[in-house]
Write a protein that binds this ligand. Structure first.
Ligand SMILES: [Zn+2]
Length: 249
């Protein structure tokens, strides 16, 4: 669990970032960012800042103990023996990973951007594409995952490009429905920047649809939220939606 969360953390931090100005795309190669190190090259982990692993304790001792007891009971109810060797530490792991996967409740758009807001007269569209996104559906507490494309037109302030994926994470790391997640990311960006417009598109696969229920393995759900110029100006809206849907072309 620790290992896979660590990998997820790296992926979500390393999502392709594309700063798009109107009519001109300043693109950083997504491959260069995603694979900075050749697969077999030695990696000096000591030089890297520690990443959240999902095994850190976010709950109090009392909350964690109660959580573990609940998971033990769940294991019994599905017919498992919580005392068998492979499951002995599972309640603690589940408690910690679920607290980590929902840590967005402890944050908001302001904590995500921190000091990363700057005065700037730039007034063209800025877009960050292909932000990897992992969330949990609130109906089944199963993952949904995909990509977010976020754009805004500044109105005197800009935010560091790396902060936009962090805003996405604040709202993705909660129990969500994709429609609300899309709106909350747009609102979060509006609240810290008061921009002239914001556009958010999310395309995601839902495990609750893929693993159970209708078992539609290939259906992707696409949602969008538009504010200000992205809603009112057809040219801006069209440009954003074209970049969001076809930016790779
Ligand atoms: Zn669901």
């Amino acid at each position: 669990m620790a290992k896979s969360n660590r990998r997820n953390g790296e992926r979500s931090n390393g999502g392709a970032r594309t700063a798009v100005k109107r009519g001109r795309i300043a693109s950083h190669s997504s491959d260069a960012i995603k694979h900075p190190i050749a697969p077999n090259a030695p990696v000096d982990l000591s030089s890297r800042p520690p990443l959240p692993t999902g095994t850190v304790q976010l709950l109090s001792d009392a909350e964690e103990a109660e959580f573990e007891e609940t998971v033990r009971r769940q294991l019994q109810l599905i017919g498992e023996d919580p005392d068998r060797e492979g499951l002995v530490r599972t309640p603690k792991r589940v408690a910690r990973s679920l607290a980590w996967l929902t840590r967005g409740y402890r944050e908001d758009a302001w904590t995500a951007v921190g000091e990363g807001v700057f005065a700037e007269e730039h007034d063209h569209m800025i877009m960050v594409r292909d932000i990897e996104l992992y969330s949990l559906c609130e109906h089944h507490m199963l993952p949904f995952f995909g990509k977010a494309h976020v754009a805004y037109i500044p109105n005197g302030k800009i935010v560091g490009l790396s902060k936009i994926p962090r805003i996405v994470d604040v709202y993705a790391r909660r129990l969500q429905v994709q429609e609300r997640l899309t709106e909350e990311i747009a609102e979060g960006l509006c609240s810290v920047l008061h921009p002239s417009g914001v556009g958010v598109v999310i395309e995601a696969y839902h495990l609750c649809m893929m693993m159970r229920g209708v078992q539609k393995q290939n259906s992707k759900t696409i949602t969008s939220a538009l504010r200000g110029a992205f809603r009112e100006d057809p040219k801006t809206r069209d440009e954003f939606l074209r970049l969001a849907h076809n930016g790779r072309d």
